[in-house]
Every structure is written in C-alpha cells, then in structure tokens.
Design a binder for this molecule. Structure first.
Ligand code: NAD
Length: 219
C-alpha cells in the first residue's frame, strides 16, 4: 500500500508522528489540523489530505485524537513486526547511530553490522555482531534484512552499495557524501550533513544581515 504514496507524504507522516509524540508527552489529547499544520510548517489542507492516506479522520468539533492518530500513522508506516536493519561502516558516525538506535526504536533494530577493519570483525559492538561484507549475502538473507545504513568513506560507498544490493538490500540510508547509483527497485535516501549545515549557515548569515539593517531603512 505504501508503495503508491509519494515519498514526501511518507516524510510528512513521519514528522507528524514525531509531533504527535511530543503532544502525548505534554498530555495533549486532541489537536486540530491547523495546529498540526503550524507545528509541521505545512498547510491545514495538506495535513487533512495526508491523514486521508492513512485512513484517519478527525471530528470537526474536537480535531484529531492524538494517541489514536499516532497509532494509525504507526500502523501505516511501520512493519507489523520488528524490522531488522544492517549498518556498514562501524566508525565514528556508524557507532553513534548504533548507540542512538539501541533499544530506542523496537520496530527498527540494527541487527547486523559490517566493516572491513579486521580489528572489528567478529566482535559484538554496541550489541551487534560485526561481519565482513563478504558474509553480507548469508547474514542479510538469514536475518531477512531489506534496509541498510551506509556510513563508510565516500571512496568505498558505491562498492558497498553494490554488495548490499546483491545481498538483497532494497533500501539504503546513505551518509557518505556521494550520489549512489542503484538499479530501479532500490530506494536511496541521502543525508548530507555538510550540505545541510552550509545551508543553515547561509540563512543564518542572511538573517543576521537583514536584522542589521536599521528599521528606518526598510521600505
Ligand atoms: P570513520 O572513518 O570513523 O568510519 C568509517 C568506517 O567505515 C570505518 O570503521 C572503516 O573501517 C569502515 N570502512 C571503510 N571502508 C569500508 C568498506 N569498503 N567496507 C566496510 N567498511 C568500510 O568515518 P566517519 O566519520 O564515521 O564517517 C563515515 C561516513 O559518514 C563518511 O562518508 C563521512 O563523510 C560521513 N559523515 C560523517 C559525519 C560525522 O559526523 N562523522 C557526518 C556526516 C557524514
């Protein structure tokens, strides 16, 4: 079902779930679409359209029931069982990601790690056994893993991605600063922190310059 839903809708649903989690923590029971829209930086019409894709409708008087809506989004986004994830590149970033996920998201669990460093192989690191990539086919097949996180240097990332796809991986979260080439049917999401930081720094500068213009000079 999720395959026919646009990527951006999936991203927004994930965002709404996070916002709803914050509301639950604050003891909020109901939220209107326009309130969720303001929190998410989208329009209320967009929120209502997105909620239709998860089959949830609120009441015009009370809005959405926060816990039920978070549950409906969870049923839509998550697999019915805990989903195993592989991570390749148990370095600084890889370890940080493994430590973050350990025990935090029971529906997505990093269950296999891979690295080329002989000192890391066959060791259990942050609760996860570290294998050589030559074992990827067997390990990934045995654990039924479809999703992988790539945190290797850029120079190794394409080769790693090729091996992962051959081993059965169908979705890659790529932190290496290169554009991976994969065959159709494999979904890749790139996270480039440097690009994002450059963007934030650019707008921070722009905003600082705008603020420094005396108000009288702004027409
Ligand atoms: P790192 O050198 O600490 O870790 C890289 C790991 O990948 C090492 O454990 C290394 O043994 C392993 N590796 C190298 N080649 C491999 C191969 N062919 N197969 C399997 N494992 C291999 O590097 P890092 O700082 O963790 O960064 C990893 C990637 O994430 C880089 O592409 C980097 O540009 C990107 N990145 C890092 C950060 C950060 O904050 N550290 C931020 C954004 C992006």
């Amino acid at each position: 079902m999720a395959a026919s839903v646009p990527t951006r809708t999936i991203g927004r649903l994930s965002l709404y779930r996070r916002l709803l989690g914050n509301l639950i923590a604050d003891g909020v029971e109901h939220v209107y679409s326009h309130q969720l829209a303001t929190m998410g930086g989208v329009t209320a019409a967009q929120v209502r359209r997105d909620m239709m894709s998860v089959g949830y409708s609120g009441s015009p008087k009370r809005g959405y029931e926060v816990t039920a809506l978070a549950g409906s989004i969870g049923n839509f986004l998550d697999a019915s069982h805990s989903e195993p994830v592989a991570l390749v590149g148990v370095g600084n970033l890889g370890r940080a990601i493994m430590a973050y996920f350990a025990g935090r998201r029971p529906r997505l669990t990093i269950t296999a790690a891979f690295d080329s460093d002989p000192y890391k192989l066959n060791r259990v690191i942050l609760g996860c056994r570290c294998h050589a990539l030559s074992e990827a086919g067997a390990v990934i097949g045995q654990l039924g893993i479809m999703t992988a996180i790539v945190t290797v240097p850029a120079s190794a990332a394409q080769d790693v991605a090729d091996q992962l796809v051959r081993a059965g991986i169908r979705g890659i979260l790529n932190f290496a600063p290169i554009r991976l080439r994969v065959r159709p049917g494999v979904y890749v999401e790139d996270i480039d922190m440097t690009m994002s930081l450059e963007k934030v720094a650019y707008f921070a500068r722009q905003n600082a310059e705008t603020r420094s213009i005396p108000e009288a000079a702004v027409i």
